[in-house]
Design a protein around this ligand. Structure first.
Ligand SMILES: Cc1cc2nc3c(=O)[nH]c(=O)nc-3n(C[C@H](O)[C@H](O)[C@H](O)COP(=O)(O)OP(=O)(O)OC[C@H]3O[C@@H](n4cnc5c(N)ncnc54)[C@H](O)[C@@H]3O)c2cc1C
Length: 287
């Protein structure tokens, strides 16, 4: 194999929730061709595999992952030409926002502070403060299940709220093109600073987490429902409903993946019993 690959690696340090057991393989491709090689290699080997970014929206169980985790975090390559920003799947959303700022492009400020990669953001249709990645996505290069590279436009990706076609069909994002409006640099910078300040004041960034634990149910806010049910500060083992923002489940330092999963289930059950609203986890549990 011509890509960096480690064996028997504990995943907790790689995941923003800081939980999870050992992976059989952790592959870290640096380029498009290494990513394609890694996927082909593990597919031909018949190994179970998953492509991840910064693991800021997923957890692995305490049993770990009996297969290959292909992490794109070493794949970087932002560029700007003719009004279009091109990113590799492993570029972070914050660096995408900074590239937009450097080129006086407005609209991507919401990406600043979301701790994921472009690949994870397209998969999840990440968004914040009224913006969504789908609004800026022009087209992407993907590897499909037949090991073919295909190009898909935004309108072919079935984007919805924290939803995309990548959730139902095996499509690995390699690179993507984004558009944004011309803007005033000082205003773009001010908006990025303002949104970062909001995050710092409202979110428990001092603890490991995966951001919002649940999707926003239509007509409600998950955090408000959880708080209304008296669950703020409720904990199972080392996993706790944040006192600062009830929509976040945090790791107090000693959580296991099992604690997080049990707490996700307990919170959803309690909210359903008390309010009749069924919360759907935004955190993905990978088995
Ligand atoms: C403190 C904090 C704040 C957050 N705030 C926000 C927020 O404001 N808005 C928001 O939407 N999210 C937020 N998140 C969640 C998370 O950062 C986003 O969902 C982000 O887009 C996930 O990117 P990632 O690279 O970490 O993906 P991962 O967690 O590594 O993966 C998520 C999913 O994407 C898939 N995937 C990853 N890369 C690829 C690829 N190249 N091709 C195909 N599939 C791929 C994975 O298989 C997985 O199913 C927050 C998280 C934290 C910890």
């Amino acid at each position: 194999m011509n890509f960096n690959c480690k064996e028997n690696i504990k995943m907790a340090p790689y995941c923003s929730m800081k939980v999870g057991g050992f992976a059989k393989y952790l592959a870290l491709p640096k380029t498009e061709s290494e990513l394609v090689d890694a996927l082909r290699y593990f597919r031909e080997k018949g190994e179970k595999y998953i492509v991840v970014g910064n693991c800021s929206n997923l957890i692995f169980t305490d049993d770990g992952y009996d297969g290959a985790i292909i992490a794109t975090t070493d794949m970087k390559g932002l560029s700007f030409e003719n009004g279009i920003i091109t990113a590799l799947c492993g570029d972070t959303l914050s660096s995408l926002a900074r590239t937009a700022l450097d080129n006086s492009l407005a609209g991507l400020e919401f990406c600043y502070g979301i701790p994921g990669t472009v690949g994870g953001a397209v998969f999840m249709n990440a968004g914040a403060y009224g913006g969504e990645i789908s609004e800026h996505f022009i087209r992407g290069r993907f590897l499909n299940a037949n090991n073919e590279i295909i190009v898909l436009n935004g309108d072919e990706l079935e984007f919805g709220y924290r939803k995309s076609r990548l959730m139902r069909e095996e499509l690995i994002l390699i690179s993507a093109e984004f558009k944004a409006e011309n803007g005033e640099k000082s205003e773009i910078r001010a908006k990025m600073d303002e949104l970062m300040q909001k995050r710092k004041s409202k979110q428990p960034l001092e603890f490991p987490s995966c951001g919002s634990a649940f999707k926003r149910p239509e007509g409600y806010f998950a955090g408000a429902l959880i708080e209304q049910c008296g669950l703020k500060g409720y904990s199972i083992g080392g996993a706790r409903v944040s006192e600062k923002h009830a929509g976040f489940i945090i790791n107090d330092g000693n959580a296991t993946a099992t604690d997080v999963i049990k707490l996700l289930e307990y919170v959803a059950e309690t909210v359903f019993k008390n309010t009749g609203v069924m919360l759907e986890p935004e955190i993905r549990v990978i088995i």
